[in-house]
Design a protein. Structure first.
Length: 383
């Protein structure tokens, strides 16, 4: 935490005090308070999170404009975490420091809570520095990742998708005379956030703009890379989210998630539009599979040859499973289709790891970067 603390203080806290300090003074969230002492004891990179986060929260709430201060603090945390992950391949300090800060904010923010919490959360997930250029020749690529999860099983769990997003965010290069720009966002592992429409709210403006050349959502999956061809509409996982919430869904009783006050509308399955062959050109130690395996109430588990074959079926698991990996895939493809977007969209599952292993994380995220670069080569050749 010492290295990250230095970066945070240089970026977040300095910005906060520029807001002008005054007098100091929602919905379910990840279970930070109960887990934090255990996390600090288990991970040297997280040690000191509670004290550091208290200072950040006090500066936010003492500022003359707490929402602006929260945005700047979240942006500072994201910038610091990106720099830290580039060296350490560690996404966990970002997760735990965000949660600890949110805990302190909730305890003291009173009526200011909703806008302050949203501003801090969104900025600390990469929204504040989405900085695509206006160059009409640029290839703009958006990659999303997830927070660590399964923390009751492994308190020191990392998420390769989060590490990959932090490493890719802000990368730039030139290809066939065209600038390539990669930006990244992180999503929470919480059912309530998905039901409230976090995916649609954050991605719709980018898809509507028509500026994206590729949108790839990424999460941690199985033993190799999987490109999840057929996302399913329903939840069926019996695993809790990071708030400890269970949906009541199961393989025998797959449930439709919500979008605001209503059930999420759409077909039982959709099909991605990722450039499969190009992504499979990403060199590395892992296979990159075009995964067509799904499960339905009517037929059980099988490999679907086409989307038409899935007509009349009730989704139990899409290619990405029955948890939030599958759901972000389904929501993103459905959203792009509803908006008439021509952006290639789809989901990539990375290989899985237990806890934190720097060598494995480097191999996984290096290959993810190679996949993005390979896709960019194909996109650059397109008219």
């Amino acid at each position: 935490m010492a290295a990250l603390r230095t970066l945070v203080l240089a970026t977040a806290t300095a910005a906060l005090f520029g807001c002008g300090l005054g007098s100091s003074s929602p919905s379910p969230a990840d279970r930070a308070p109960g887990r934090l002492p255990q996390a600090e004891a288990a991970m040297s990179s997280v040690a000191g999170a509670r004290a550091e986060s208290r200072a950040i929260a006090e500066a936010i709430l003492g500022a003359s404009d707490p929402v602006l201060a929260a945005t700047q603090a979240g942006q500072g945390l994201w910038t610091a975490a990106r720099a830290y992950a580039a060296v350490s391949l560690d996404d966990r300090p970002l997760y735990w420091l965000r949660l600890a800060t949110t805990t302190h904010l909730k305890a003291d923010c009173g009526a200011k809570c909703p806008p302050v919490l949203e501003a801090f959360d969104r900025a600390s997930r990469g929204d504040g520095d989405l900085a695509f250029s206006k160059d009409p020749t640029a290839l703009r690529i958006l990659v999303t990742g997830f927070d660590p999860f399964s923390l009751d099983r492994n308190i020191d769990q990392s998420n390769p998708s989060g590490v990959g997003a932090l490493r890719l965010d802000g990368t730039r290069w030139t290809l066939a005379g065209r600038p390539v720009e990669v930006e990244a966002l992180l999503f929470p592992v919480r059912f309530d956030a998905f039901d409230a429409g976090t995916v649609e709210a954050r991605l719709a403006p980018l898809l509507k703009s028509g500026a994206l050349a590729l949108l790839a959502t990424v999460s941690m999956g199985r033993d190799h890379f999987d490109l999840e061809r057929f996302p399913g509409r329903r939840r069926s996982s019996e695993a809790p989210d990071n708030a400890g919430v269970l949906t009541g869904a199961s393989a025998a009783n797959p449930l439709v998630p919500r979008l605001g006050a209503a059930p999420l509308e759409g077909p039982e399955f959709v099909e991605f539009s990722l450039p499969v062959a190009a992504l499979q050109g990403g060199a590395g130690p892992y296979e990159i599979r075009d995964n067509r395996r799904v499960a339905t109430l009517e037929r059980g588990t099988f490999d679907a040859a086409s989307l038409a074959e899935l007509g009349g079926q009730t989704a139990v698991r899409g290619g990405g499973g029955g948890y939030l990996s599958n759901e972000i895939s389904y929501r993103t493809v459905r959203l792009a289709q509803a908006l008439g977007s021509e952006t290639p969209v789809g989901h990539i599952h990375t290989p899985r790891l237990e806890g934190f292993d720097e060598e494995s994380l480097r191999a996984i995220t290096d290959q993810l970067s190679a996949m993005v670069e390979s896709a960019a080569h194909e996109l650059a050749r397109a008219p």
